[in-house]
Design a protein around this ligand. Structure first.
Ligand code: CP
Length: 311
């Protein structure tokens, strides 16, 4: 199967087969990590620009590493150190980057829909690296890849997503992807952190983790996004942690092979205890490693690569 898209803007618009193709393509990419020379020539001569209007550690670094491992030239633009601070518009910035010869623009932006706007104005491929509260497709894909690698399948898994669903682009990308691949998705949070229409996305809502923990195969724990809260949505971080924070006590009746995930960055002691984050159930560091393989797969497929022809 060929990947015929110009951009990767979200998992909502991808077909199940396209998601599966990305996950399959990431496997040989991950195999490269164990070679002495961890590089393939697939993107030689291509230019990849990281354009980040919000802070990032994992996503920015892993996109840069992914592009370098495929032999692309990479450029990092931070909005705070660019002409954006002088008032340059998003579209003018996009046109400038296109004129400099970028083949792929990877964009993170605080406003939902900003990468979609950019993609309409330039011929370069655009990858959404997180737009506001909308989607974070490569995080969703790396989460799916990690679940499939650890559990051998996605179909039939019961996946709990716990925490700040309201502000979470990671939750939305996970929900689209998991539903398309046949998992059953449960969101768990205080009512104030659950969007009103969330059930229309095909999830079951719970207001306590204790209601569902025994049945879950995977628990994906989300950061409390204080920076996006316009009003106080729970009495205090201490109270949130006591009721919704995932600690060993909350996992007392979980399956023995429960997978504990977190997209990072973690607020240890708030949404997750250090004991859980560092426990043998946790695959948080493996998620980061898998993020490089997934981003290599996405860059490769958007650049016209075929699954059989990676190295
Ligand atoms: N998971 C994630 O998007 O992390 P960063 O904000 O560090 O990129």
């Amino acid at each position: 199967m060929e990947f015929k898209r110009k951009d990767l803007l979200g998992l909502q618009e991808l077909k199940k087969e396209e998601i599966e193709l990305i996950l399959e393509t990431a496997k040989p990419m991950k195999d490269l990590f164990t070679r002495t020379v961890k590089k393939a020539p697939a993107l030689r001569g291509k230019t990849v620009v990281n354009l980040f209007y919000e802070p990032s550690t994992r996503t920015r670094i892993s996109f840069e590493l992914a592009a370098k491992r495929l032999s692309a030239d990479t450029i990092n633009v931070s909005a705070t150190a660019s002409s954006v601070v002088k008032g340059e518009s998003l579209i003018d910035t996009a046109k400038t980057i296109e004129s400099l010869g970028a083949d792929v623009v990877i964009m993170r932006h605080p406003f939902s829909g900003a990468p979609h706007l950019m993609s309409k104005h330039i011929s370069s491929s655009v990858i959404n690296a997180g737009d506001g509260t909308h989607e974070h497709p490569t995080q969703g894909l790396l989460d799916l890849f990690t679940m499939k690698e650890k559990k051998g399948k996605i179909k039939g898994l019961k996946v709990g997503i716990v925490g700040d669903i309201l502000h979470s682009r990671v939750a939305r990308s996970n929900i689209w992807g998991l539903n398309k691949l046949g998992a059953s998705v449960h969101v768990i949070a205080p009512a104030t952190l659950i969007p009103k229409d969330i059930e229309s996305m095909g999830v079951t809502v719970h207001y306590r983790i204790e209601e569902i923990i025994e049945e879950l195969d995977v628990v994906n724990i989300l950061r409390i996004q204080k920076e996006r809260q316009k009003e106080l949505l729970f009495p205090s971080l201490g109270e949130y942690s006591a009721v919704f924070g995932v600690n060993t006590e909350k996992l007392l009746h979980s399956k023995k092979d429960l997978l504990v995930m977190h997209p990072g960055p973690m607020n240890r002691g708030v949404e997750i205890s250090s004991t859980v984050a560092d426990s043998p159930l946790s695959v948080i560091n493996e998620q980061v490693t898998n993020g490089v393989a997934i981003r290599m797969a996405v860059l490769y497929l958007l650049s016209g690569g075929e699954n059989e022809n990676i190295a």
